[in-house]
Write a new protein. Sequence first.
Lengths: 138, 138
Amino acid sequence: MTADEMVETLRSAGVRITRPRRAICEALVSSGTEHVDIATLAKRASELVDDHLDVSTVYRTVDLLEEHGLAHHVHLGHSGSIVHMAQERHHHLACEVCGRTVDVPLSEIGGLSDLLQRHQFGADSVHFAVVGRCKVHE
Amino acid sequence: MTADEMVETLRSAGVRITRPRRAICEALVSSGTEHVDIATLAKRASELVDDHLDVSTVYRTVDLLEEHGLAHHVHLGHSGSIVHMAQERHHHLACEVCGRTVDVPLSEIGGLSDLLQRHQFGADSVHFAVVGRCKVHE
DNA sequence: ATTTCTGCAAACGTTTTGCATGCCA
DNA sequence: TGGCATGCAAAACGTTTGCAGAAAT
């Protein structure tokens, strides 16, 4: 999804489009598969508008994007929020020692999907992470 | 495991046994399968000794219990720490709307175990949770 | 007696909120 | 213009830490 498509989705839902909001969408899209935290997102969006965007604005905008199904955020381990575009459909194995993450496609988690279905549990397939220690830190 | 057994394990590892530590063990044991957070644990342990135990003491004691393999803690969703006795070997499906949790025995997560093994990823089998929405909040 | 634990208070990092100003529609 | 979004600052939250006094060995 492009930033323009995100903005258009918001606009047609009656959401006001501002320079900061557009910049945050662009920063999120350009971050691709990277795992960006709120501070990084704020920094990149700020660079795009060549002005200071406050983290509170980023938090509010990410909430807004989540409400419209355009983004998700996840807590990898015991640290802060990681933001994601909604269509980045994969899971994470997050090492709590080094912070390294392994991305895992949905298809590899067959057993878990069954489990969720059996319990009628709507885990958003993006919105979770397994926290532990990667092979380097066993 | 009883609180006495926990205490004995600590003592024989050379750990000093204090009234607050014993109370925290007892509170943890008596919480059974419930998912207690740090504040609740502090409150219950405080009641047991009829004195105020500080949350910092609870944090330090939980760390200690984890070091000795007697407890684990996990972050369900976007909120604070949930503490667990170590032998409660199950996973959680945690609803981020109502806070309700479904406990799932290890045996039901075959696919995930394979996945972790394939990536040589040492997720402590207790130490993770799937966060989403239960069937009531779909 | 010595070591270590405790409570308190303060610091910390992340997230949220109140408010006056500024911007979008 | 009217209503909403923004930045800022301050508060809130969970967690950690430093320290002087208390307790365990």
